[in-house]
Design a protein around this ligand. Sequence first.
Ligand code: CP3
Length: 357
Amino acid sequence: MSQLKNDRYLRALQCLPVDYTPIWMMRQAGRYLPEYRQLRAKANDFMTMCQTPELACEVTLQPLRRFDLDAAIIFSDILTIPDAMGLGLYFEVGEGPKFAKSISQLSDIEKLPIPDPQLSLGYVMDAIRLTKKELNGKVPLIGFSGSPWTLATYMIEGGSSKSFTKIKKMLYSHPEALHLLLEKLATSVALYLNAQIEAGAQSIMIFDTWGGVLSHQSYQTFSLNYMQLILSNLKRGNKTQNVTSYVPVTFFTKGGGLWLDSIINTGCDAIGVDWTVNLSDIRQKGKVAVQGNLDPSILYADRQTIESNVDAVLKEYGTNNGHIFNLGHGIHQDTPVEHVQYLIEAVHQRSKRFHHD
Ligand code: CP3
């Protein structure tokens, strides 16, 4: 296995000193890149791209050819698990994800299988192995999954939602059915993420995109507890040898700013936060790394505005170890590509004064 040449991201996740703040961007591979759109237009539908290791690898590497990013994230989707459970994922142009089969009651949930990741999700592991080989140690590779709650929202709603009425109806009127679904998803996600680690993923991120729509009382019960259950089953390795012998886990709950203490208490290695969170508050809470948190819409602004907003985020985090620069959510698809270049240069250059390596 080739030596890792840039370990800043992994070091920051372990709160170790670095010479500048590492950066990667959620959804860094995707539609804002002309080369992605070009490949996609060649009659490659989105799932074909995910399921063809050569294409998934190519798309993963596209942003790294343009930008000096400090990590790669494997090109896939959080909805591969419900697809592997037999729901039939597809994408309608301009409409987001949809499922051919819907889940609405306990009997549907009882029938759902726990997918064997080596069989029905083997294409993700093949893509990870191929991408690791192609990266040749340039930067670490991130593996990921959705949180059980976030996956359940898509499965119960049948796709994207604004009001989440179907899943909330189940939560309040048939909580036992929802708990069974979340339990099955937690088991499936843990198996899937361990398979990704075995295939070569060097850090893991769990996207809880819709945790923030839950009430204060139900967030812990219906989302965070199941993320913690996954965490307790992950083979993270140990920190005693070198930085690559441990696989840090990042929890990202969009809109989770009010629950930072509970998230940190799960034992995750890093917490991803959106732009509503003040980074100086969170770093005072404990020994957990922090990923975030520039509002992705700032990338529409001019270079100077991008730079001053980068400064503000860096200053808020201060001179402490354990910051991974990122956007507070995925990059918008109409972001000007050269603005991403400005962002990455600004983070690398302007963060040096906060580090004394
Ligand atoms: O970050 C990366 O670069 C890695 C790839 C990645 C994708 N999706 C690629 C993708 C990751 C990490 C995801 C995660 C994901 N997928 C999340 C969690 C992160 C978040 O944004 O909160 C969610 C909620 C999904 C579900 C999903 N998949 C949605 C809502 C969509 C967008 C639908 C649309 O048309 O806008 C997708 C499709 C998707 N996943 C695209 C990409 C690049 C666009 C597909 C295309 O049309 O080419």
